[in-house]
Design a protein around this ligand. Structure first.
Ligand code: PMV
Length: 299
């Protein structure tokens, strides 16, 4: 039996613009998915195309147990975390000896297959390697970690990344003179933010600007605006939607002392709050105590 876990992710800056080759910054977050795999001739499994594809890709059969701290379909990379943790657990249980890079590529391939061609390589990369990740020229690399205090607000409004990406692409095709300067401005905010990681007030201000630019691209939602405003009023340095928008989640960058207040404001505005920070580990073996670690993390 092998138990592995993998973290979720948020985009700090640059979502949507990365689709057009602009830079972006993503970060692995503490909530994780825990997956236990056991060799079995008659496997007991949750019915998931991601899990099925993991076993198919690895050419073995086994049972799977999943415990997730990540809400699904909310833009926090839960499908990538499930896929990554499952591949690492299969690799371990069957002693297949793939390395981290190979498993990251395999996870992306599976996400692409299950999502019919459109998947974000960022999700699987961040979940595999953890930490703070710079996306530049369509490549990803880890940056030195930063201990940002983040509160996530889940709108509980479902969204479809594929549709939102297609919508922005269409908007750009018909209005390049309007949309290109917005994408350039997002690029400028992302680039400037990297020079201000230690100035949280400036970074928060950039998040506010990034949020407004995403709204200008048409991917806002009234619930996102509501949670963003509530967070700012409760003392966040800044707040923005994260991921594809149109629902899903927002993030607020907070002073340490205001985390609970911001989380309370999000809940009072009908969102679901998660207080979190960076996860530097990526996919991780949970040893014999995998299940206990999961339960401990939940307490
Ligand atoms: O909502 P998510 O977490 O799937 O993020 C999508 C981010 C986009 O930039 C809109 C698309 C992408 O592939 O990077």
């Amino acid at each position: 039996m092998a138990t592995w876990s993998a973290p979720g992710k948020v985009f700090l800056f640059g979502e949507h613009a990365v689709v057009f080759g602009k830079p972006g910054i993503a970060m692995a977050i503490k909530p994780r998915v825990y997956v236990t795999v056991r060799k079995a001739r008659n496997p007991a499994r949750v019915n998931s195309p991601y899990i099925e594809s993991c076993f198919e890709e690895m050419g073995v059969t086994g049972s799977v147990y999943i415990h997730s701290q990540l809400p699904s379909s909310s833009g926090l990379g839960s499908s990538a975390a499930v896929t990554v943790a499952t591949l690492f657990a299969i690799n371990d249980e069957f002693n297949l000896k793939y390395d981290r890079n190979q498993l990251a590529s395999m996870a992306y391939k599976i996400e692409k297959k299950v999502q019919h061609g459109r998947a974000s390589p960022t999700d699987t990369y961040v979940s595999t390697f953890g930490g703070l990740v710079l996306i530049k020229d369509n490549k990803r690399r880890r940056m030195p970690p930063e201990n940002f205090n983040i509160v996530i607000g889940n709108t509980l409004v479902s969204h479809k990344t594929t549709e939102l990406v297609a919508m922005v692409s269409e908007f750009r095709k018909n209005n390049p003179l309007v949309v290109d300067p917005i994408l350039d401005a997002i690029e400028a905010v992302t680039t400037r933010s990297m020079h201000n990681f230690h100035n949280l007030k400036v970074l928060g201000r950039y998040m506010d600007v990034n949020h407004a630019l995403l709204e200008a691209l048409g991917v806002g939602h009234p619930m996102l605006s509501r949670l963003v405003s509530a967070s700012r009023a409760a003392g966040a340095y800044g707040a923005k939607m994260t991921g594809a928008g149109g629902g899903g989640c927002m993030i607020a960058l907070c002073p340490k002392r205001s985390k609970s207040k911001v989380a309370g404001a999000i809940e009072a505005a009908d969102g679901r709050a998660i207080i979190t920070t960076i996860d530097t580990e990526g996919a991780r073996k949970e040893g014999e105590n995998g299940r206990e670690n999961y339960l401990k993390a939940r307490r």
